[in-house]
Design a protein around this ligand. Structure first.
Ligand SMILES: [Zn+2]
Length: 287
């Protein structure tokens, strides 16, 4: 389905690191479909092609129905994952915190915060998703860095969002500017590009780079970006065994097969399984 959006008319070439603007990137690996994964000296990974404006509009317009809520079983698993994500950040939150979920989709993750008495707001780029979330919460539709948002948030959430953005520093600095003193940025469901699985599976990493998922981070690269904005890293974890996706015996065997293939100079036959370190969760606090 995603492949439909990778037609040439929807793509643009990426000639510099989308985070730092550097042009000294190394080729990491061929990522398939004529695209190449690059690694910048700043630690960022990025795809050398990404969706252009027409591609972004076409992709996000109706993704809520097309992808996000398309498969009932996946939605049920995501719902269980929301609980894991919520319980981790809840330990950092004060009562009645003012929360902003950037890329809030249909607002289901915000529901966890609302149920605990926090005050919820959303930002969403996709039109259908924004309409749905707006039935429950104040939602601003559009491109986060360009939106006129009243500051003073205790928590700003990027859940599975930052791999899609073309100008990450605009998102980081906008978030930092909207935080109240002591406010938190919560990055979660974020692929970790220095995970063991990314190193072994490369383009077969489940969360590898594509023209849509066009930028990847490491814990260090994100920590460095937020440190530059006066935000300290106060939490870092990598959910796996507590997630509804984990099956350690099965997953270890899949990774073992991939390591064997790699040692023979072959591509892994399968995509990477859920595994320790694949996804990162980080919390930054504004000083
Ligand atoms: Zn860079």
């Amino acid at each position: 389905m995603e492949g439909d959006f990778f037609a040439q008319c929807y793509l643009e070439k990426v000639n510099a690191c989308p985070v730092c603007g550097g042009q000294e990137s190394q080729t990491a690996y061929a990522a398939g479909e004529g695209v190449v994964a690059q690694k910048c000296a700043c630690g960022t990974y990025y795809c050398d092609h990404r969706l252009n404006q027409a591609g972004l509009s076409a992709y996000w317009q109706d993704y809520q129905n097309r992808e996000h809520s398309a498969v009932e079983e996946e939605c049920a698993l995501r719902q269980r994952m929301y609980v894991v994500d919520y319980e981790y950040i809840a330990q950092f939150l004060k009562a009645k915190a003012k929360v902003l979920d950037v890329g809030c989709a249909d607002g289901l993750f915000l529901d966890m915060f609302a149920a605990a008495g926090h005050v919820c707001h959303g930002v969403e780029f996709g039109h259908e998703a924004a309409l749905r979330a707006a039935q429950k919460y104040p939602v601003q539709e559009g491109y986060f860095p360009d939106l006129d948002i009243t500051p003073g948030f205790d928590l700003i959430i990027f859940r599975g969002v930052l791999q899609y953005v073309h100008a990450p520093r605009d998102f980081f600095s906008k978030a930092a500017s909207l935080l109240a003193p002591g406010g938190l940025v919560y990055v979660t469901a974020q692929p970790n590009m220095e995970s063991f699985c990314h190193r072994v599976f490369r383009k077969k990493f489940r969360f590898s780079l594509t023209p849509c998922d066009c930028v990847g981070y490491t814990p260090q690269s994100l920590a460095g970006e937020f440190a530059a904005l006066g935000c300290d890293t106060v939490g870092q974890t990598f959910f796996y065994e507590e997630t509804p996706y984990a099956n350690p015996e099965r997953d270890i065997q899949a990774v073992s097969r991939a390591v064997e293939a790699k040692n023979k100079g072959q591509e892994p036959a399968e995509f990477s399984p859920p595994f320790w370190g694949n996804m990162m969760t980080m919390v930054f606090r504004k000083g």
